[in-house]
Design a binder for this molecule. Structure first.
Ligand code: VGL
Ligand code: ZN
Length: 188
């Protein structure tokens, strides 16, 4: 539990990526064991809220027949279609009015895997005074990896809660951790 013992500092923010039904076992694009990140992530959320640290929750929120779906020649089965049950946050995810939702995957012409990708998220971090993000969620080898790389490219420090994320593919997950660490992310 070394991660939870980490001191929270001014300028820290927490981002929970795509903890939605469709990415959990039983959903349309399940990440193995995804729901088992929830107890730890909820502890982080509770702790962050108690210390007035900004908390962001991203959601993948695709139009029907999205360009990233197999039927359009994309890599993914349909998932996280706007307003469907599968696109809702997992019901066990701790929620609070203070949490800020970041919606992505809505563009018709391209996918947005990173939370930074044309969402204005970096501007929001600057507005909120966040210089260091702590990240968990789904999927380690998908949106978490892309978000971490974009954070670093934008000059935002980032720490990855390793036990608070899961990969779609175990080997790709190991490579993702290696790459994030090499690029400057702190693995906690
Ligand atoms: C994701 C595949 C497709 C993710 C989103 O959140 O990692 N992966 N859409
Ligand atoms: Zn998606």
């Amino acid at each position: 539990m070394s991660d939870l013992s980490q001191q929270i500092r001014k300028g820290d923010g927490l981002i929970i990526v795509d903890l939605q039904w469709d990415f959990c076992p039983g959903g349309l694009l399940p990440v193995p064991d995804a729901h088992n990140t929830l107890p730890l992530l909820n502890k982080w959320i509770g702790r962050a809220l108690a210390q007035n640290m900004p908390v962001y929750v991203s959601r993948d929120w695709h139009p029907k027949n999205h360009i990233s779906f197999l039927e359009r020649g994309g890599p993914w089965p349909p998932h996280c279609i706007q307003d469907t049950d599968g696109a809702q946050f997992h019901p066990d995810l701790l929620r609070d009015d203070k949490m800020v939702v970041v919606t992505k995957g809505t563009r018709f012409d391209k996918d947005q895997n990173s939370v930074f990708d044309e969402t204005g998220f970096h501007q929001q971090l600057i507005h909120d005074g966040v210089r260091h993000l702590i990240i968990g969620g789904l999927a380690l080898d998908g949106c978490v990896l892309q978000t971490v790389l974009d954070a670093l490219h934008n000059g935002v420090q980032i720490s990855v809660i390793q036990e608070g994320t899961r990969p779609m593919d175990a080997e790709a997950g190991r490579r993702a951790i290696e790459r994030m660490a090499k690029e400057g992310a702190v693995i906690i």
